[in-house]
Design a protein around this ligand. Structure first.
Ligand SMILES: Cc1ncc(C[n+]2csc(CCOP(=O)(O)OP(=O)(O)O)c2C)c(N)n1
Ligand SMILES: [Mg+2]
Length: 183
């Protein structure tokens, strides 16, 4: 595709999209959404604000699917190519932990930060032990809303609330540390 585009540019037949690019850049610079909420419990937007402050411009984010991933794609600042590792936005739950470990193996110098919803995180939680066994350090941020949030949202908005249970009491990190010996 790039080759074809280059050829067309040479011939002068490539459409000029610079006005559209300019509009997008203007919207990005002026229409950022509010993140500075001070509510308790913490609002997800505030999580991303804190992440943007805590993690540097070299950070490589890994995520899979869910409200947490969709919001991450919109709120997190990614500064380099191939530093937003994602399986096509609608991926298989559980992918995040093994994918983060894979990125770390492929490039041990990378600062890897994974971001999951609570359900994605627990889907293949046993992989944390693999990370510990092979000494693959990375940071995992879990946005825990005790819900399959993306599915619950569809239930409520599209009137398909057929009493399918999507809320669940789940793990929290002190219990995890005790169970899998990971900090
Ligand atoms: C293996 C698999 N099963 C089901 C789904 C459908 N699905 C997409 S998001 C989601 C809920 C995710 O919940 P959570 O990880 O807690 O994220 P949240 O939306 O709450 O942020 C489900 C069940 C999927 N993508 N992959
Ligand atoms: Mg959730």
């Amino acid at each position: 595709m790039v080759d074809v585009a280059k050829e067309r540019a040479k011939k002068g037949t490539l459409p000029d999209r610079s006005a559209w690019v300019g509009q997008c850049q203007h919207r990005k610079a002026t229409m950022l959404r509010k993140t500075h909420f001070t509510d308790t419990p913490i609002k997800p937007m505030r999580v991303y604000e804190e992440m943007n402050q805590a993690f540097g411009t070299d950070t490589c984010y890994v995520s899979t699917i869910g409200l947490s991933q969709i919001a991450a794609a919109q709120f997190l600042h990614v500064y380099k190519p191939r530093h937003w590792i994602n399986c096509g936005q609608a991926g298989p739950l559980g992918w995040t932990i093994p994918a983060a470990l894979g990125v770390k193996v492929a490039d041990p110098q990378r600062d890897v930060v994974a971001i999951s919803g609570d359900y994605d995180f627990q889907f293949m939680i046993e992989e944390l032990a693999v990370g510990a066994q092979f000494n693959l350090p990375y940071i995992h941020v879990v946005v825990n809303n005790s819900y399959l949030g993306l599915i619950r949202q569809a239930q409520r908005q599209f009137d398909i609330d057929y009493c399918v249970q999507l809320a669940f009491e789940n793990q929290n990190s002190p219990e995890l540390e005790a169970t899998v010996s990971i900090t």
